[in-house]
Design a protein around this ligand. Structure first.
Ligand SMILES: *Cc1c(COP(=O)(O)O)cnc(C)c1O
Length: 387
């Protein structure tokens, strides 16, 4: 009985991924454009490091693709989140609302600001923060004077909300922006996984005062390692550029700095690699959506689980495809993971929830029952664009 579900999942994967070389890993890049030419140009010209034309071109191209006024290239997505939080005004001692269902970098970045993550719940249908539940919670625990939201139990300001677009699926941004403005909280998007995803036909990253993208090796496009800060506020965009480049003041030769800055620059070599992929991002999104469609059809009607489908308001990049087991099948999660991995399909569970990690167990949190249930039921499937 228990192995029946696992066996059926293996069978479907064998059909969907017939002929693919095993093991079929969770996500891997493949380079089919101008990557060699651009990277070679860096080496031939000597412009391999922190300045060069590819960094500038990458920023322009990324802003164009996402529709934001400014994109600032940085060394990774975690650094991008750190800068987003700083520039959104997060101060030491502040609380920042973060989903417990996210990658650890979202919460770590809050700690880098000497602020405290305050964990919130996510939704079954979006895997993103639940707006109504968050609003009810804030009404209960906080008071706002129209400029600041104060946690009535701790006395600390709740400065920002970071929403993660989980597995590339957009959270309900309009509703979340509404909750934030009602409570005087800054909205930041952790769009690390969501390059190419649209919310109501507009690219994610346009709702947060600042947003973060990642170009790590496992994301839809990769710089090897890399990230970017997106914003529609040019003043904040310029500050982001300044702070991530050691806050150096412009001068032909003098080394002077006007703030404690960071060396968060993206090297030209990495920008060259990722720029080449941005040129065919739309094709990658199309291919990933086709794979998702194949999975969706193949798993349709299988009882005991559902294939996670993009929310109605979204056109998702389907960065990672996911199955969600029924609550009654929770205890079969490990069987499914074991059987699929044994068959050469690298499936993975979702992240261990943030409020259960040792460094965050003492952080404040709301009722997290939906996330707690989801985390025992999610199975990510191999999702590379060329599958
Ligand atoms: C990948 C990822 C990050 C961090 O990006 P890095 O480039 O690896 O630092 C942050 N948040 C989420 C949700 C991610 O998936």
């Amino acid at each position: 009985m228990k192995d029946a579900l696992a066996g059926r999942v293996v069978e479907v994967l064998e059909n969907c991924l017939a002929g693919r070389k095993r093991p079929v890993v969770l996500h891997e890049p493949r380079f089919t454009g101008n990557e060699w030419q651009y990277v070679k140009e860096c080496i031939d010209t000597g412009w391999v490091s922190s300045a060069g034309r590819f960094v500038d071109q990458f920023e322009v191209k990324l802003a164009e693709l996402t529709g934001v006024k400014q994109a600032v290239a940085v060394v990774n997505g975690t650094a991008a989140l750190h800068i987003c939080l700083m520039l959104a005004g997060v101060l030491p001692g502040d609380e920042v609302l973060v989903p417990t269902l996210t990658f650890v970098a979202t919460a770590n970045a809050v700690s880098y600001c000497s602020a405290l993550p305050h964990f919130v719940d996510s939704d079954q249908d979006t895997l993103g923060v639940t707006p109504a539940k968050l609003n009810d919670y804030l009404e209960e625990i906080s008071s706002s004077d129209g400029s600041e939201c104060i946690n009535r139990y701790t006395g600390q300001p709740i400065r920002a909300l970071v929403v993660t677009h989980t597995f590339g699926h957009p959270a309900d941004l309009d509703a979340l922006a509404d909750v934030c403005s009602r409570h005087s909280i800054a909205l930041i998007e952790d769009a690390a996984e969501a390059l190419g995803s649209l919310y109501k036909e507009r690219h994610v990253g346009n709702w947060g005062v600042l947003s973060a993208i990642s170009f790590n090796g496992n994301k839809i496009v990769t710089a090897g390692g890399g990230g970017a800060v997106l914003t529609n506020n040019v003043q904040l965009g310029n500050l982001a550029k300044h702070l991530t480049t050691t806050a150096k003041t412009a001068h032909r030769w003098a080394f002077s700095h006007d703030a404690i800055g960071y060396n968060y620059r993206l090297p030209n070599l990495n920008a060259a690699l990722v720029l080449a992929q941005l040129e065919y991002l739309e094709e990658l999104v199309e291919r990933k959506r086709e794979l998702a469609d194949r999975y969706r059809q193949a798993f349709a009607g299988m009882d005991g689980l559902r294939f996670f489908k993009e929310p109605e308001f979204a056109r998702s990049n389907y960065w990672l495809n996911a199955l969600v087991l029924d609550e009654s099948r929770m205890d079969e999660l490990n069987h499914v993971l074991e059987a699929t991995n044994a068959a050469g399909f690298h499936t993975r569970p979702s992240w261990k929830l943030m409020h259960r990690l040792p460094m965050f167990t003492a952080c404040p949190h709301m009722d997290l029952s939906v996330s707690e249930s989801l985390s025992e039921r999610i199975v990510n499937l191999p999702s590379s664009a060329f599958l």
